[in-house]
Write a protein that binds this ligand. Structure first.
Ligand SMILES: [Zn+2]
Length: 88
């Protein structure tokens, strides 16, 4: 059985990351797990703490508070998400 990454450190090792999706400026940016381990520590629970991540990181482009956040994986990078409608 594959191990599902839970902590920030495990996310880092698995190449997973957090996507910030700002409804104000419609910008989608990536938060590297290394930034999250620096902020919250290696053992930070990414699932339990997703709300905390949302509250902590403002949109880097327009500074909007609490942009939407969700998880990204190497198999589903930002470009694929952005091109979603074209591929369908
Ligand atoms: Zn923004």
């Amino acid at each position: 059985m594959a191990v599902i990454p839970v902590t920030a450190r495990e996310f880092q090792l698995a190449g997973k990351f957090v996507i910030q999706d700002c409804p104000e400026c419609l910008t989608r940016t990536k938060i590297e797990p290394s930034v999250i381990t620096l902020t919250f520590g290696d053992d930070f629970d990414m699932f339990m703490g997703l709300r905390e991540i949302r509250y902590r990181f403002d949109c880097p482009i327009c500074g909007a508070r609490r942009p939407d956040v969700y998880f990204g994986t190497p198999e589903q990078p930002l470009t694929q998400l952005e091109g979603r409608s074209k591929r369908a």
